[in-house]
Design a protein around this ligand. Structure first.
Ligand code: SAH
Length: 218
């Protein structure tokens, strides 16, 4: 099955039409094969305007959200970025084509393993994946020019601010377990952290030392 037409349509109708103008992001999303990051039975839905289940109660983010978060990092190429919540590995693949190196942390080992396999198949060789609690960041590799967090947290973990390079941007959903606001935090030269609210969103919870203790029982 050739999904290239569906992929182009996804970029035009869901992403460019909603105001994403970063050409590099649009081009990469028109090439990364999103369908191979979902289970075979869902491949026909991979280019639809929605998130999809990937097992273990987790989801692959909606294409527009992947594009919006990636564009919000304002990447030029050459950066080292930290991603929290590898999940399917799709967002990791998109980032890997836009920067020098991606460091990605996933707490669920089977998801990390599956993502690693697909990313290897695609011969994306500039990705380090670690299994563990991403709420504490990746101290050995810091600082990062960009940090993208694909799970929602009640607050911004302080370690992310510590691990953000001067001029770097952190994009993450902040709120309760039902809904969040996508925040962008920029670390300026004078030491100031600028906070912007980009849009409402709904992500699975960031679970760990600096996030939620567990998934809500409600
Ligand atoms: N970008 C991924 C989104 C996956 S959903 C994709 O598009 O496929 C969010 C992921 O964050 C889940 O896989 C979840 O297991 C992971 N996660 C939640 N808390 C985490 C933590 N503290 N550290 C690392 N990963 C975490």
């Amino acid at each position: 099955m050739d999904y290239s037409v569906a992929r182009r349509r996804m970029v035009e109708q869901q992403i460019a039409a909603r105001g994403i103008v970063d050409q590099r992001v649009l081009e990469v999303m028109a090439t990364v094969p999103r369908h191979i990051f979902v289970e075979v039975g869902l491949q026909g839905h991979a280019y639809g305007d929605a998130s999809l289940p990937i097992g273990k109660k987790q989801t692959i983010s909606q294409p527009y959200m992947v594009a919006a978060m990636t564009a919000a990092l304002e990447l030029q190429g050459g950066e080292r970025v930290l991603e929290i919540g590898t999940g399917s590995g799709y967002q990791t693949a998109v980032l890997s084509k836009l920067v020098k190196r991606v460091y990605s942390i996933e707490r669920i080992a089977v998801l990390a393993g599956r993502a690693r396999k697909i990313l290897d198949q695609l011969q994306l060789s500039n990705i380090n994946i670690k299994i563990g609690d991403g709420t504490i960041g990746w101290v050995d590799q810091a600082p990062f020019a960009g940090i993208l967090v694909a799970a929602g947290s009640p607050d911004v973990p302080a370690k992310y601010l510590d691990q953000l390079d001067v001029g770097g941007k952190l994009v993450m959903p902040v709120g309760d377990q039902e809904q969040q606001i996508l925040m962008r935090i920029t670390r300026h030269k004078d030491g100031r952290f600028e906070r912007e609210q980009l849009m409402g969103c709904r992500f699975v919870p960031l679970i760990g030392e600096q996030g939620w203790q567990s998934e809500s029982l409600v």
